[in-house]
Design a protein around this ligand. Structure first.
Ligand code: NAG
Length: 192
């Protein structure tokens, strides 16, 4: 009985060490030259890599956009992130969710929440040009269950192969993709 318990504790410790060691959230540097006004406005998600647990909202999404709107009364970079997509097909129902981006520090890193009181994710813009952005969000429950998503965003519904490859390879160079998830293209054709 006692031995069984010890073995169970031992195995739990091993699995925790494995989960924590292999996949806790990263704290990458924000994009060089980040400025809020360069990130504000409408982005089209063209590709993403996402853990299964983090995909609860976006699992069936096509035509995905993110519209970053500064909170007009805020003086501190608080913004809303209006996530919009359609379910399964360009003619599918809208599935929208508005996230809040708060506690910006440094510029380009916020806490993102979707429901009051629910745990917030770390939300970081790690790469930003005039036409392409890479957004990394990650949350971890008790340091054990980690969900992350790496979004490749474009100012237009399409992206050149070179621009997409440069964005993905920069994200990979930061070691953000701790579970080596594949990047999947987001359907944007036929949406607009
Ligand atoms: C969802 O968001 C899109 C883009 O912001 C908007 O055009 C649409 O009306 C919204 N739909 C619903 C049901 O909220």
């Amino acid at each position: 009985m006692k031995a069984t318990l010890l073995v169970q504790i031992f195995l739990l410790d091993i699995s925790q060490a494995f989960i924590v060691g292999s996949s806790s959230c990263k704290a990458p540097p924000v994009a060089a030259g980040f400025r809020n006004d360069r990130y504000n406005g409408l982005w089209y998600e063209v590709s993403k890599a996402q853990t299964a647990g983090g995909a609860y909202f976006e699992k069936d999404c096509v035509c995905t956009t993110i519209d970053i709107q500064p909170v007009t009364s805020a003086t501190n970079g608080d913004s809303t992130a209006i996530n919009s997509c359609r379910k399964l097909a360009p003619s599918g129902d809208f599935m929208n969710a508005t996230g809040t981006l708060s506690s910006e520090s440094p510029a380009g890193h916020w806490k993102e929440g979707f429901f009051p009181g629910a745990p917030k994710a770390d939300y970081t813009i790690v790469y930003l040009t005039d036409t392409v952005a890479v957004e990394y969000d990650c949350s971890s429950f008790l340091g054990l269950f980690t969900n992350y998503c790496i979004h490749i965003l474009s100012r237009t519904p399409t992206i050149s192969t070179e621009d997409e490859a440069a964005a993905i390879s920069y994200a990979e160079s930061l070691g953000l993709n701790t579970q080596n998830l594949p990047f999947h293209k987001t359907l944007q054709a036929g949406c607009w």
